[in-house]
Design a protein around this ligand. Sequence first.
Ligand SMILES: *Cc1c(COP(=O)(O)O)cnc(C)c1O
Length: 394
Amino acid sequence: MKTSSLSTWAQNVSPSPTLAVDAKAKALKAAGEDVCGFGAGEPDFDTPEFIKEACAKALADGKTKYAPAAGLPPLRELLAKKYIEENGIAEVRPAQVVVSPGGKYSCYLAILATCSPGDEVIVPAPYWVSYPEMVKLAGAEPKFIFAGDDQGFKVTPDQLRAAVTPRTRMLVLNSPSNPTGAIYSKEEMEALVEIAIENDFYVMSDEIYEYLLYDGVTHHSPASFGPEAAERVITVAGFSKTYSMTGWRLGTLVANETVAKAVADLQSQTTSNATTFAQYGALAALERPEESRAAVREMLVHFDRRRLKLLEGLNAIEGVTCERAKAAFYLFPNVSSFGLSSEEFSSRLLEETKVAVVPGHAFGAEGYVRLSYATADAIIEKGIERLASFCSSF
Ligand SMILES: *Cc1c(COP(=O)(O)O)cnc(C)c1O
């Protein structure tokens, strides 16, 4: 055996392209270049002070030991309560809740706990970059259905029905969506979940952006659509995007008790608990809802202003068209009129004008690029100017 030979899993996995773009932009910046970075997949605000204080207090109080693998009991209890009261799921027991080191890991364990080699997982594109890789790491097969800007980036029941086979094990839903910022209405989502119930497969509902909403839209959790939905839907979320806590690594999962236990068991053998003192910060966020809501509201004021600025700027550029995304912190303009692949468009844009965007190709959507508006207003203004001049050179 050669020491350089790798497993099937390692050979098949691709590194995260969004993290790569961000790293490249940061490296250029460190080298003294004036970069306008739209690659970031994280809020640019600091974590609210009261959450940091709760974590610091936990550290000072010696909360530095292992905790139960599935999470601190009071945190699981408050999460169960949140899912009943805020998300409208009829019944959630703490035993159905698992706290993980990041929503990303919650997604992976949801797939690993339910999908086997030979199973198919339906992944609507544009998709978050990690879903197909996670499905492959479980030995299962991703099956893509595509929804472009002509259908608001949302798949239809007909598309889903056509993709279902006897091997379908799971549908991935990500509303609000990364990379498009699209959000499904209750009716649209119900129609998809109905098909999952009829054909008896799981739905992994990634709701990490559930609180980042604009234009008065409402988020709906598919697990709230009745007992048959609650049985099949695995709800994944976390603290990263809502409270600007990406570095804390805290994700959550709610599922039926059998799946939740399997997820906790997998976690107990792979990572053990999410960092103990970090969980005390999350606990404070749930224990002090008034302060949490105020912090989110404050963040949303800035996101919304930047969203409209970026949207207006993009749509003013000839050859660029951009949907009015109503959630998360991304816009996903169509740049196909320039005749370049999204990869070429993005790399030339970075080289020639020092503007960093993520090629749509990474999300299974050629002809688009993703811009995050989790960045300063001045960067948005400067970035739009550079993008406009780049586009006018065609
Ligand atoms: C950021 C993100 C996550 C998870 O983030 P964590 O930092 O791991 O909690 C999950 N899904 C989507 C779509 C995301 O954008």
